[in-house]
Design a protein around this ligand. Structure first.
Ligand SMILES: [Zn+2]
Length: 218
């Protein structure tokens, strides 16, 4: 009985969430660069740019509008001279599977299990959820509710084990999940803020998702 209740609850929940499809360019160049990224950075050889999702990574965009982020993601290659800190290892543009606007509207930018460049070391198994906002432009209550609904939807659909904020990603270093061929390649992150992650985790604790591993001393 318990199982039956759970599965019917999950099914009805999956129907309730509203997701707006607004695809970014995923052309042959993006496919090629994604496969190169998988091979050169993650040491994974594949013929299709897909992922097996285990981790959800929440982000903020550090941009003030939906359209500025959508337009930034909407080319296969990083614009020339842009993002020099990450352009040296791959010319694949950054992106994420989802982008949530200030009013809580959830946009799906590509198929959920396609490869997106949003978190060093973990892209091959991570679904990225970007939120329009920044430290000075804090995420809204509508975005909080939308992130929680989206995490519930994704956790019901995929074998998700971890929910992390982008600022926590380096804690996967020295674990089997971390796959990045250059041990010195990393960037500093503070998104989407500790307060936001605390609220999300409190409201989703019934899902029993793991956070980032604790850092060992040394
Ligand atoms: Zn981020």
């Amino acid at each position: 009985m318990a199982t039956l209740f759970l599965s019917s609850y999950t099914a009805s929940f999956a129907q309730q969430i509203k997701i707006v499809d607004k695809p970014i360019v995923f052309d042959s160049t993006r496919v090629r660069l994604s496969l190169e990224y998988l091979k050169n950075r993650h040491d994974i050889v594949k013929s299709t740019p897909t992922i097996e999702p285990k981790i959800i990574v929440l982000h903020w965009t550090a941009a003030k509008t939906f359209s500025s982020t959508f337009n930034a993601f909407n080319t296969a290659k990083l614009p020339d001279g842009d993002r020099k800190d990450i352009a040296t290892v791959s010319s694949l543009n950054t992106s994420s599977q989802f982008l949530i606007d200030r009013d809580g509207t959830i946009y799906r930018l590509m198929p959920e299990n396609y490869f997106a460049r949003h978190v060093i070391g973990l892209n091959y198994c991570a679904i990225g959820v970007e939120n329009v906002g920044s430290r000075d432009f804090p995420l809204t209550p509508e975005q909080l509710a939308a992130n929680e609904a989206l995490v519930r939807y994704l956790t019901a659909k995929y074998p998700i084990e971890y929910l992390i904020g982008h600022y926590e990603y380096t804690r996967f270093k020295n674990t089997p999940l971390w796959k990045e061929t250059n041990p010195n390649y990393q960037t500093g992150k503070d998104d989407p803020g500790k307060d936001f992650m605390e609220k999300v985790r409190e409201d989703l604790k019934d899902l029993n998702l793991k956070g980032a591993p604790q850092q060992k001393n040394n």
